[in-house]
Write a protein that binds this ligand. Structure first.
Ligand SMILES: C[S@@+](CC[C@H](N)C(=O)[O-])C[C@H]1O[C@@H](n2cnc3c(N)ncnc32)[C@H](O)[C@@H]1O
Length: 431
């Protein structure tokens, strides 16, 4: 099967069957070579970031709407439109290969429709762009109405910027592991390997790769020299401030990016890495192995510590709460198709429940860092405000720029200092 046909199947899995993009990519691309995999990823991400717009154009160009059961044809045409929007794919290849994919998917009678529609798109390109520019916010932004409503309510002035960021390709940040080599030595090795990067101005162990490269080509990656992690996620370890001898709970730890960072900052700590998902916890173990650290993985539900907790209080807790992930849409555009409005209420309830339970596992004098990769106040600011109202033994620790606004924590919006959308708040338990 050609890469367009495979991509159409993946889009069907995400958009119609509500599978996560990473799962669908795993399911359909395991047999492909790296270059084919790259192409499939490019098509799928590209279409998901612009699907509402492509769907709108398809409806404009077809007299009779393509029936829902023929969504596969719709996905193929969307892949064709994405290719024609790009300079990288020659027009004849974009159209020819998409028509070929149509045959490979046994959709022979639609080949002329696919061909005609893509050619019409080329001919009417300027007019269609103009029509799209006057379409609804939902079409232009590729965001569902419920999410636009929540964004507008939370950020009356800034929502357009967030929406724009969500359509961008994400930056490629690395975290250098100074337990393997100094940041300077790693940067030198990158220069020698002719891998272009920008050093972060504030964090010496954080760098931005100018162009994505396969991780296997990074110097000593297998020996744990560095990890791929967004700059926003790299703030967590500094906020936890791990200190030698401490017993730390990493709550909702998988795949273990932040667990590893805690050890990189201070290897002489003991960390319980808790996650409800046994399979994802395996990835924590793999990451620890590559980086040569050792934690205690625990499969368990954070909202029900009686099932797994050994009764010993923790000095520090990092609670990377389950959330809507609405801060990382540029990395995971499938979120726009998988998340529903009612999820936000359910997640907010779960987050407050977990926060209260985790608080009971913290030593007096200990600190808890609350984190999400969400941009919604329901999961962030409101959670902390509500918690502080109810918990007399909780004191807010001010972090970064949190003193300058009414938010008790730090809301990072997508694209802010080139980071993902994230939220942090730090709480101390009074003695
Ligand atoms: C945002 S991810 C964590 C990322 C991780 N901290 C890192 O930096 O690599 C959230 C995790 O929460 C886990 N999770 C969701 N609900 C949970 C629950 N009730 N108890 C424990 N873990 C949960 C999910 O399985 C998922 O691995």
């Amino acid at each position: 099967m050609n890469t367009r046909a495979i991509s159409a199947r993946i889009l069907e899995a995400v958009i119609d069957k509500k599978k996560s993009l990473s799962q669908a990519l795993d399911d359909y691309t395991s047999e492909l070579n790296p270059s084919q995999k790259g192409q499939v990823q490019d098509f799928c991400y590209g279409v998901l970031r612009n699907y509402s717009q492509y769907n709108f154009i398809i409806n404009k160009l077809t007299d009779t709407k393509i029936k829902p059961q023929l969504n596969m044809v719709r996905f193929l045409i969307a892949i064709g439109l994405y290719q024609l929007d790009q300079d990288r794919v020659a027009e004849h290849a974009a159209i020819g290969e998409t028509v070929e994919a149509c045959k490979q998917l046994d959709l022979f009678k639609f080949t002329s429709l696919v061909n005609a529609l893509l050619r019409s798109y080329q001919r009417q390109y300027e007019d269609l762009q103009d029509i799209v520019n006057h379409a609804s916010e939902q079409v232009k932004s590729n965001h569902p109405d419920w999410f636009l409503r929540r964004l507008k309510q939370a950020y009356p002035k800034g929502w357009k910027k967030i929406v724009k960021q969500n359509k961008q390709k994400p930056p490629f940040w690395l975290r250098i592991n100074e337990q393997v080599q100094s940041a300077e030595a790693f940067k030198q090795a990158l220069t020698e390997a002719e891998i272009e990067f920008e050093a972060d101005k504030k964090i010496p162990t954080c760098i931005l790769l100018t162009k994505p490269v396969p991780v296997s080509t990074l110097p000593n990656f297998e020996l744990g020299s560095c990890s791929v992690q967004d700059r926003a996620a790299q703030q967590a370890a500094a906020l936890v401030e791990p200190t030698a001898g401490e017993r730390i709970l990493d709550c909702c730890a998988a795949p273990g990016g932040k667990t590893a960072h805690l050890f990189e900052v201070c290897p002489d700590i003991s960390v319980d890495a808790l996650d409800i998902d046994e399979k994802r916890l395996e990835r924590v173990k793999q990451n620890m192995q590559r980086l040569n650290f050792s934690c205690t993985p625990i499969v368990g539900d954070a909202s029900d510590p009686q099932q797994w907790w050994d009764g010993l209080l923790y000095d520090k807790i990092l609670l990377d709460a389950p959330c809507s992930a609405t801060g990382v849409i540029r990395r995971h555009p499938d979120i726009l198709f998988l998340r529903r409005d009612e999820d936000i209420v359910a997640l907010a309830e779960l987050q407050q429940k977990i926060l209260i339970k985790m608080w009971s596992l913290l030593k007096p004098g200990g600190t808890l860092v609350y984190a999400t990769c969400s941009v919604l106040p329901e999961e962030n600011k409101n959670q902390i405000v509500e918690f502080l109202k109810q918990q007399a033994d909780a004191k807010l620790v001010k972090i970064f720029d949190s003193e300058t606004n009414e938010d008790p924590g730090w809301q990072i919006l997508p694209g802010g200092q080139n980071m993902d959308g994230f939220y942090y708040a730090k709480l101390q338990k009074l003695k």
